[in-house]
Design a protein around this ligand. Structure first.
Ligand SMILES: NC(=O)C1=CN([C@@H]2O[C@H](COP(=O)(O)OP(=O)(O)OC[C@H]3O[C@@H](n4cnc5c(N)ncnc54)[C@H](O)[C@@H]3O)[C@@H](O)[C@H]2O)C=CC1
Ligand SMILES: O=C(O)C(=O)COP(=O)(O)O
Length: 587
């Protein structure tokens, strides 16, 4: 181990960086100046786990599985750097929990992946692989190996991100007709690349002469092309996958190729890499209508230099306590700030999520049922939070909390880098306020208030006549909606929901009921849930806070419950005997 001796004779070992895969030397040269770099290829998962505790940084490509178990053993680790795009081999959630930053190189290999896609498309269209084997075997099979041209044919792209768009631009030059499905694509970029965006996967599958996949492997894309989807495609269609194995059902594709309902495929990525013998991946590779490559999309000299330099520079930044440029964890926090801020990040994300779910359209018995999602918020930091250098992670957490319940969170990775942009795109205005008010009389050192400003009108109408007399005056569009919280012993607490004050931990499934503060309400709700087989873990009653206006005898009942509470059960709680409003919030 390199141990530099300082002037006063004490020794400080250099931080150690582990590289268990082939990463281009261009970036590693930068690291070697200040760190001890260990390149150890071919480690088994057990060997990796036994040594990871010594390292402050880990640099991987797609082969190393960075599991929760490995991260738990990584006591000194500050950063996992992925020298490439896809982080599906890294347990990002576990890394975030451990305060380990995950970075990647989002653009270093785009061109390489796009060019490889085009190479596979051409190879499939012109039977290049088959023809090559045939001629090397001494044959001369010109009539068997007649191909098709790509010009004028339809290329259907799933995932119009960086690689998808680059493929589109090249294919446009080949004279292809371009359609794409990507619910989050930028329509201006699509138009500029001559791509017509369609509303559903089904639409583009029908039209495709070539189908190419360019999404990350996430819950919404796993198995997205299965037997049912293949059956809707033209029998002359060819399929390309340079994104991730697992998005196509390999067995279904082999069957479709055998049956002649799909004409061919060019595949770079597989469900098991390297493929296990007799696996679906190996059957697909062996198929005579398939051109296969061993995950070579990013394997060009240029791309490897790019990604290596990109991630190594980021590792240096992080180990020097600075911000990296492409952090994947949401939201990103500097290592030294992480432990202090993390509980507040957690609190604020929950506050945003409660806001969207509680004040969204889910309240049964609510006279604010059809209320418009308000988009103008004040977030007020009091106490020690008001002196932070940056509130970016807190802002990002709020945007994430507000949007995740109403978007396909799988496809929308909200983090410190994109939170501002996403908020802007959705028209969400957040005014961050630092209040220096003295919290000496309060039992906590920092306090957060989320106030949804009543700047937009609601189209609310009483929807449930039978409760019209029962319900007190609803919140009118001119009233702000307020959620307050604090952190104690690293746990987030909500301390106020609108006019009601009571402390509860925002986690799991919560049933929030507004009721007249009179005898029998708790019993009524308890027995209704009992009858529905819903187990109650905790219950908190929040009375009106001091100085609250409106009905004096109202309270909120917050119940932490196990599992799902069906709509019917929630509806059954509202009524003369029961509560005024009820809604479920999942955190
Ligand atoms: N074979 C290889 O060596 C390489 C593979 N890749 C892979 O290519 C894929 C794309 O990479 P980039 O373009 O850089 O990513 P990107 O993040 O720029 O683009 C992904 C696109 O997929 C879209 N998307 C997400 N969920 C979707 C869904 N359910 N349906 C339709 N669209 C959806 C997103 O909106 C986004 O526009 C990744 O899986 C990456 O790991 C990238 C480089 C090399
Ligand atoms: O960047 C990506 O997502 C890739 O798939 C490239 O993987 P690799 O670094 O070549 O193992």
């Amino acid at each position: 181990m390199a141990i530099p001796v300082t002037r006063n004779g004490t020794t400080t070992p250099k931080p150690k960086i582990l590289i268990p895969e082939k990463v281009s030397p261009d970036g590693l040269a930068l690291l070697k100046q200040s760190f001890e770099v260990d390149e150890k290829k071919g480690l088994s998962p057990e060997e990796l786990e036994s040594i990871i505790g010594e390292y402050e940084a880990l640099i991987v490509r797609s082969e190393t599985k960075v599991t929760a178990q490995l991260l738990a053993a990584a006591k000194k680790l500050k950063v996992v750097a992925r020298a490439g795009v896809g982080v599906d081999n890294v347990d990002v959630e576990a890394a975030t929990k451990h305060g380990i930053i995950v970075v990647n190189s989002p653009s270093g290999n785009i061109n390489a992946a796009a060019e490889h896609t085009i190479a596979l498309m051409m190879a499939v269209a012109r039977n290049v692989s088959d023809a090559c084997s045939s001629i090397k075997a001494g044959k001369w099979e010109r009539s068997r190996l007649v191909g098709i041209e790509t010009k004028g044919r339809t290329l259907a792209i799933v995932g119009l991100g960086k690689v998808g768009l680059t493929v589109a631009r090249i294919a446009n030059g080949l004279g292809m007709r371009l359609v794409a499905y990507d619910p989050y694509a930028n329509p201006n970029l699509a138009t500029a690349a001559s791509v017509t965006l369609k509303d559903s996967l089904a639409e583009i599958l029908k039209e495709a002469d070539f189908l190419t996949l360019h999404t990350p492997l996430i819950a919404s894309t796993k198995g997205m092309i299965g037997a049912a989807e293949l059956a809707t495609m033209k029998p002359t269609a060819r399929i390309l996958n340079v994104a991730r194995g697992g998005m196509i059902d390999e067995d279904a594709l082999v069957e479709a190729l055998d049956a002649g309902t799909i004409a061919g495929a060019g595949i770079d990525v597989f469900t098991s890499e390297p493929p296990q013998p007799n696996s679906s991946a190996s059957r697909l590779i062996a198929h005579h209508k398939v051109v296969a490559t061993p995950h070579l999309g990013a394997s060009t000299k240029e791309a490897q230099e790019n990604v290596s330099i990109d991630v190594c520079e980021q590792v240096i930044s992080i180990l020097n306590g600075e911000l990296p440029r492409s952090a994947v964890n949401a939201p990103l926090i500097l290592p030294e700030e992480y432990r202090t801020l993390q509980p507040f990040v957690n609190l604020i994300e929950k506050m945003g999520s409660i806001y969207t779910q509680h004040y969204g359209s889910h309240l049964t018995g609510s006279s604010t049922r059809s209320q418009t999602f308000r988009t103008s918020f004040d977030i007020i930091y009091e106490g020690s939070l008001s002196t932070l250098n940056t509130t970016k992670p807190l802002f990002a957490a709020l945007v994430k909390g507000l949007l995740t319940p109403i978007t396909s969170s799988d496809g929308l990775n909200i983090n410190i880098v994109n939170a501002e942009l996403l908020a802007k795109e959705r028209g969400i205005l957040v005014n961050e306020i630092r209040s220096r008010e003295n919290l000496e009389d309060k039992p906590y050192s920092s306090f957060v208030t989320l106030r949804a400003r009543a700047t937009r009108s609601s189209s609310h109408k009483r929807t449930d006549k039978s409760h019209a007399e029962l319900a007190p005056q609803p919140l009118t569009p001119t009233e702000d909606q307020v959620i307050q919280g604090f952190v104690s012993a690293n746990k987030p607490y909500i301390s106020r929901l609108d006019r009601f004050q009571g402390e509860f931990i925002p986690q799991g499934t919560l049933l929030i009921c507004r009721n007249f503060d009179s005898c029998g309400k708790i019993g009524f709700v308890g027995s209704a849930l009992g009858r529905a087989g819903v187990n109650i873990n905790f219950m908190n009653v929040a009375p009106l806070h001091e100085g609250a206006e409106g009905e004096r005898n109202e309270a909120l009942m917050i119940l932490g419950v196990d599992g799902e509470v069906g709509e019917g059960v929630v509806e059954g709680l509202v009524g003369e005997e029961g509560v005024l409003q009820a809604g479920v919030v999942c955190l």
